[in-house]
Design a protein around this ligand. Structure first.
Ligand code: 26Y
Length: 821
C-alpha cells in the first residue's frame, strides 16, 4: 500500500484504540486491568456502534427528506446470531479494530466468542428474516423490521445420556449493547372486552371496541448496517409491559405476590419465543403474541405515515408491509380496524388500501404448520377483529357465489372459516385475501402452492402467487464465516465480490487449475482443523481432518429425514465390520439441530444419532474410519463454524416438503457438494451448479405423491434391500441401545408399516448416491473441480438478488446497489 494509505490506517487504528479505551472507562466503568473479555466486548461493540449510529441518523433523515416509500417486514422471528463481527465487517472496520485491540493485548476472536447469539427464531424462517434485514440495508431500501423482543430466545439444548434437554436461554442477562430503548414509544394493545355501535356526525354507524384488558408495547431499536455502512435500517422489537407496575393497595395489604399478578400476565407476552402450544393456555398466549406485535407495529407505522404525509389514505403509496408467513396475518384485520373504526374510511376503500399495502410469504405446505385459530378463542380475545374477519369473508364469498362453479364444496374451500373440525379461522386465507401478492420461497414450492393449499384461492386471483427464491447474505455466510476463502476468491474476482455476487462466475475458469485447487483445498483443511478442535472441546471426540466431513445440520424433523442418514451410517458400519480391510474412505457424519420440546419422535431421533455415535465411535474394529457426532445446541454461530468445514451437505428431505432450505445455499457457496433430493431450492441449486456437481437422488415430488396414494407401507422396500433390512434389524434389536434394547422398536415399526416420509422407499437411492460421493472423493482433482464450481455458480443465491426481486415486483421501491467508496 502507498505510504499515505498506510499512515491513514495507522491513524484509524490509534483512533479506534482510544475510542475503545474511552468506552471501557466511561460506559463500562472498568479499568484496563480489571476488564474481563465481556467488558472488552461491550467497549468494542459500543465503539463500532458510534459509527453505526452516525450513519443511521443520516439514513433516517434522508428517507424522511426524500419521502421514500418504506418497507415493513413483520416477523415473529429474527434469528440474528452475533452482531460484533457483522457490524465491524459492514462498517469496514474489522482489520483496524483487530489491530487496535491487539495493541491493547486483546484478541478480537475471543471477544467474538463471548457475545450471546440473538436467537429470536426457530430456524429457516427466522434466519431468512435476518438475512433480508441485512440485504435491505445493503440495497438502501428504507426498511423496518418489526418483531418481539423475547426475554428468552430459542431454548439452549443440552444432551444428557444421548437425550435432548431444554434449558431457558438468557441472552439479555449481561445486557445488550446493540439496542436502544425508546421509552417514549409506547403503544396500547387491547384484548377482549365488548363493542358498542355509535352514530357518527354524518349519520353513518361506527363500531367502537372497548377492550377489557390493555397491555403496553414498548419499543427497542437495533440498527442494522448494510454492506459498506452506506445505509442503516431499524429493527424495532416490542416488549410487553403492564399498564400499572403493581397494585399498590393489594401490596400494602400484604398480598405481595397477588399485587404483581396483572403485571406477570401482561409481561408473559414477550417472555419466550414460541411458547408450547399443545395446551389451550399455550395457544392463547401465542395468539396474544401475534396480535400484540401486529397491532403495535401497525399503530406505529400508521402514526409515522400520518405525521409525514397527513393522510392515512395514501398509506399504500408510501408503505409496503410484508408478512413473514401467517404469524402476523392478524395485522390485516388490525389495519381494517384502524382505517374503518378509527379513521372513518369507508369499508371498500379501506380494503383496497389494505390489499395494496400487504403482501404475504408462505414458508410451508405442511398441514400442521398452517395456522388456524378457533373461532371462540378469537371472539373472546379479539371480538372486533373477528367481526371484521366475518365481514371480509361474507363479501369474499358473495363475490364468488355468483360464479357457475360455486358448489358448496368450493365455497367451503374458499372460506376464511374452516368448518371441518370445529370452526377455525384460516390465517393463510386471510393473508392471501388481504394481500396484492403472495409468494413461495422456491420455484417448486411456489408451483406446489398453486396446486395444493391455495389451489382454489389462486383460481379467483390468477397471477397473485409469485415466486421469490430465497437467498442468504454473503457478508455473514461467506466473509464472516470463511474469511480465508473470501480473500482467495477476491484475488480472482476483485474486491467487489460482496457488492455484486455474480462476479463469482469468474471463478469457474479456475475450476481445473491445480494450484488454485490446492489453495482452495488448503483453506478447507484449515477450517476442518478448527472444527475438529471445537468438536474435541465440546464433546471430546477426536476427528481426522482428512476424513470426508458429511454434515446434516438443521431442525430435527421427520420430513428432513435425519433417520435416512443415520440408517446409511449403520449400514456402512456393518459393512466395515464385515470387511475391515477394503479401502474404506474415512468419513465423519456430523449432526446438529434442535427438536421441538413436544415433538417426541424428533427427540427420539436425536437419541438415536447419539446412541449410534456412541457405539460406532468406540468400536476399535473401525480404526477411526467412521465417526458419528452430534454437536449440542446448534445455533447461528455454530453454523458459521461448521459450514466452512463441510465437504458434503445433506439436503435429503422428502421431495415436496422442504419449502426452500437456505442451509443448502450456505454449504454450496462455501464449496461443499450437496447430496439431496429434488426438493425446495435444491432444484435451482442443481440448475446453477450443474448436475454433475451435485448428487441428486430419490423420488421426485410427483413420485412422492403417486407413491403415497398407493400406500406408505415400507415392507416391500425393506424386503428388496438387504442393507436396509439389516440396518433396521440391528437398530430394532438394541445393538445401539443395549441398556434398553426395545428403545427403537416403535421407530422401526413406524418405518416398516407407516412410512409417511418414504425413508425406506428412498434408502437404496440414497445409499447409491453416497457411493457416488465416495467415487468423486477418491478422484481429488474431480472433487475440487466440483467444489469450486459450486462456489462459482452460487452468486444468484445472494439475498441481495432475492430482495431486489421483492423490491421490484412486490414492494415497488427502488434499490441502490452498494458501491465502492
Ligand atoms: C405456527 C407455527 C406452527 C410455526 C412456527 C414456525 C410454523 C412454522 C414455523 C417456521 C417455519 C420455517 O422455518 N420454515 C422454513 O422457512 C425457510 C425460509 O423460507 C425455508 O427455507 C424452509 O424450507 C422452511 O422449512
Amino acid at each position: 500500500a502507498p505510504a499515505a494509505e498506510t499512515q491513514a490506517i495507522g491513524e484509524d487504528v490509534a483512533a479506534i484504540r482510544d475510542l475503545i479505551l474511552a468506552k471501557l472507562k466511561y460506559s463500562v466503568g472498568k479499568s484496563v486491568t480489571a476488564a474481563s473479555p465481556h467488558d472488552w466486548f461491550v467497549a468494542t461493540a459500543l465503539s463500532v456502534r458510534d459509527k453505526v449510529v452516525e450513519s443511521w441518523l443520516s439514513s433516517i433523515e434522508s428517507s424522511k427528506r426524500t419521502g421514500r416509500k418504506r418497507v415493513y417486514y413483520l416477523s415473529l422471528e429474527f434469528l440474528i446470531g452475533r452482531l460484533l463481527i457483522d457490524a465491524l465487517t459492514n462498517m469496514e472496520m474489522i482489520d483496524e479494530t483487530r489491530a487496535a485491540l491487539a495493541e491493547l493485548g486483546v484478541d478480537l476472536e475471543t471477544l467474538r466468542e463471548v457475545e450471546d447469539d440473538a436467537a429470536l427464531g426457530n430456524g429457516g424462517l427466522g434466519r431468512l428474516a435476518a438475512c433480508f434485514m441485512e440485504s435491505m440495508a445493503t440495497l438502501s431500501i428504507a426498511a423496518y423490521g418489526y418483531g418481539i423482543r423475547y426475554d428468552h430466545g430459542l431454548f439452549r439444548q443440552r444432551i444428557k445420556n444421548g437425550r435432548q434437554l431444554e434449558y431457558p436461554e438468557d441472552w439479555l442477562s449481561f445486557g445488550n449493547p446493540w439496542e436502544f430503548q425508546r421509552p417514549e414509544i409506547v403503544c396500547p394493545i387491547g384484548f377482549g372486552g365488548h363493542i358498542d355501535t355509535e352514530t357518527r356526525p354524518d349519520g353513518e354507524l361506527r363500531q367502537v371496541w372497548h377492550p377489557g384488558e390493555t397491555v403496553e408495547a414498548l419499543a427497542y431499536d437495533t440498527p442494522i448496517p448494510g454492506w459498506r455502512g452506506a445505509h442503516i435500517n431499524t429493527l424495532r422489537l416490542w416488549s410487553a409491559r403492564a399498564v400499572d407496575p403493581l397494585r399498590l393497595d393489594q401490596f400494602n395489604s400484604g398480598d405481595h405476590i397477588g399485587a404483581l399478578m396483572d403485571r406477570v400476565r401482561a409481561e408473559s407476552i414477550s417472555k419466550v419465543l414460541y411458547p408450547g402450544d399443545t395446551t389451550p393456555a399455550g395457544q392463547e398466549l401465542r395468539l396474544r403474541q401475534e396480535f400484540f406485535f401486529a397491532s403495535a407495529s401497525l399503530q406505529d407505522l400508521v402514526r409515522r405515515h400520518i405525521s409525514l404525509y397527513g393522510d392515512v389514505r395514501t398509506l399504500a403509496d408510501k408503505a409496503a408491509i410484508q408478512l413473514n408467513d401467517t404469524h402476523p396475518a392478524i395485522a390485516i384485520a388490525e389495519l381494517m380496524h384502524i382505517l374503518v373504526d378509527l379513521h372513518d374510511i369507508p369499508w371498500d376503500e379501506a380494503w383496497a388500501i389494505t390489499q395494496a399495502t400487504f403482501s404475504y410469504t408462505n414458508h410451508t405446505l405442511l398441514p400442521e404448520a398452517l395456522e388456524t385459530w378457533p373461532v371462540p378463542l378469537m371472539e373472546r380475545l379479539l371480538p372486533r377483529h373477528m367481526q371484521i374477519i366475518y365481514l371480509i369473508n361474507a363479501l369474499h364469498l358473495a363475490k364468488v357465489s355468483g360464479e357457475p362453479d360455486a358448489t358448496g364444496h368450493r365455497l367451503a374451500a374458499l372460506s376464511l372459516i374452516d368448518e371441518s373440525h370445529g370452526r377455525r379461522v384460516r390465517m393463510g386465507h386471510l393473508a392471501f385475501l388481504g394481500s396484492h401478492k403472495v409468494n413461495g420461497v422456491s420455484q417448486l414450492h411456489s408451483d406446489l402452492m398453486k396446486t395444493t393449499v391455495f389451489h382454489d384461492l389462486e383460481s379467483i386471483a390468477p397471477g397473485k402467487i409469485t415466486n421469490k427464491t430465497n437467498g442468504i447474505t454473503f457478508r455473514r455466510w461467506l466473509k464472516e464465516a470463511n474469511p480465508a476463502l473470501t480473500s482467495l476468491l477476491m484475488e480472482v474476482v476483485g474486491d467487489n465480490l460482496l457488492d455484486n455476487a455474480m462476479v463469482l462466475e469468474k471463478v469457474a475458469a479456475l475450476a481445473d487449475d491445480s494450484s488454485f485447487q490446492e489453495r482452495y483445498a488448503a483453506i478447507r483443511r484449515a477450517n476442518k482443523m478448527t472444527l475438529a478442535r471445537l468438536v474435541q472441546q465440546r464433546i471430546g471426540v477426536k476427528l481426522n481432518p482428512d476424513a470426508l466431513f458429511d454434515v446434516h445440520i438443521k431442525r430435527i424433523h421427520e420430513y428432513k429425514r435425519q433417520v435416512l442418514n443415520i440408517l446409511e451410517a449403520v449400514a456402512i458400519y456393518e459393512e466395515i465390520r464385515a470387511q475391515p480391510f477394503r479401502d474404506w474412505i474415512p468419513r465423519v457424519k456430523i449432526f446438529a439441530g434442535k427438536a421441538a420440546a413436544s415433538y417426541t419422535t424428533a427427540k427420539l431421533i436425536i437419541q438415536l444419532a447419539n446412541d449410534v455415535g456412541k457405539v460406532i465411535n468406540s468400536d476399535p474394529a473401525l480404526r477411526g474410519l467412521l465417526k458419528v457426532v452430534f454437536l449440542p445446541n446448534y445455533n447461528v454461530s455454530l453454523a458459521e463454524r461448521i459450514i466452512p468445514a463441510a465437504d458434503l451437505s445433506e439436503q435429503i428431505s422428502t421431495a415436496g416438503m422442504e419449502a426452500s432450505g437456505t442451509g443448502n445455499m450456505k454449504f454450496a457457496l462455501n464449496g461443499a457438494l450437496t447430496i439431496g433430493t429434488l426438493d425446495g431450492a435444491n432444484v435451482e441449486i442443481m440448475e446453477h451448479v450443474g448436475s454433475p456437481n451435485i448428487f441428486i437422488f430419490g423420488l421426485t415430488a410427483d413420485e412422492v405423491e403417486a407413491k403415497r396414494s398407493q400406500g406408505i407401507n415400507g415392507q416391500d422396500a425393506i424386503a428388496r434391500s438387504p442393507k436396509l433390512s439389516e440396518a433396521l434389524e440391528s437398530i430394532a434389536s438394541g445393538v445401539f441401545s443395549p441398556d434398553e434394547p426395545h428403545r427403537y422398536r416403535g421407530l422401526v415399526d413406524a418405518l416398516t408399516y407407516h412410512d409417511f416420509f418414504l425413508v425406506t422407499a428412498d434408502f437404496d437411492a440414497y445409499y447409491n448416491a453416497q457411493r457416488a460421493v465416495f467415487r468423486r472423493w477418491r478422484d481429488k482433482p474431480a472433487w475440487w473441480r466440483s467444489a469450486i464450481l459450486n462456489t462459482a455458480h452460487m452468486g444468484w443465491f445472494s439475498s441481495d438478488r432475492t430482495i431486489a426481486e421483492y423490491a421490484e415486483e412486490i414492494w415497488n421501491v427502488p434499490v441502490t446497489p452498494p458501491g465502492r467508496k
